[in-house]
Write a protein that binds this ligand. Sequence first.
Ligand code: BV8
Length: 250
Amino acid sequence: MDWIVDRPDRSVVVMTGAGISAESGIQTFRGAGGLWRNYRIEEVASPVAFGRDPKLVWEFYLMRRKQALSCEPNPAHFAIAALEDWLESGGGSFFLVTQNVDGLHLRAGSRNMVEMHGSLLFSRCTACHQVFRDETVYEDYPPHHDCPAGGILRPHIVWFGESLFPGDLERIETELNRCELFIVAGTSGVVYPAAGLAAHARAMGKEVVCVNLEPPANVDLFDRYVEGKAGEMLPHILFPAEEGTHDSEG
Ligand code: BV8
């Protein structure tokens, strides 16, 4: 078997996109039936959109918060969490960067990771800037924060035109600089700075592998491209642990 990760002492960074959560029932963005088919990005995922129509933006994100809370991690999430355990116990290292905001990697047990575009399960006050876990599917929105300034809440999400959260890009680049192997799974490779990481890794001489349902925009960048559904493939090709140890919960 031509495993993606062949030894437990390797240093690996994995980056995921919406394709990893597709088999959990969470819509992707750009594929058939994707989210952006129903909403134009500019209308719901930018600070300008939020300033112009916070109610519409909250409607979009509350629908997704509700969807994320009702879905379960799939075998792809569990395989990635099991890879982390295998490497950590085998003398290797692991770091996960996800573009996803659904929280499923954390629920599957991933630990050393960053949600680079934020999380549907957190809100932020636009006045006092407090960030807190928030799983409320508000009936009345935009919701207000009970702080002295009484600011309205916003989703703790990185919108288009917004920079990543302070320190996140540096942390990602540090982990990428020190790894040997960079695996990119379930992303169309069109959103920056995430989409630029594969080129960055390649320029540093890292081995770069892509796992996707179809060739992403930047497929030529990769040393190896594995085509198929992540939830069906990753439990069997990611690393040589005994069958079944990483395609179910726990
Ligand atoms: C920024 C909000 C600095 C959360 C999102 C160059 C450099 C820097 C910036 C830019 C640049 N060029 C352009 C920009 C601006 C912009 C950008 O990249 N625009 C794109 C559209 C060209 N980037 C930014 O604004 C970023 N900010 O760089 O700050 C700055 C500041 C000011 C001005 C300029 C720069 C912020 C980017 C974050 C934006 N927020 N969403 C939310 O609502 O979710 S991005 C959005 O797209 C999602 O977060 C998502 O994660 C992300 C990427 O999408 P994918 O995950 O790849 O999903 P997609 O549906 O596209 O693809 C799924 C793939 O899975 C498909 O290939 C499919 O085939 C595959 N698949 C499906 N099923 C399966 C599967 N694979 C395996 N198994 C399956 N079962």
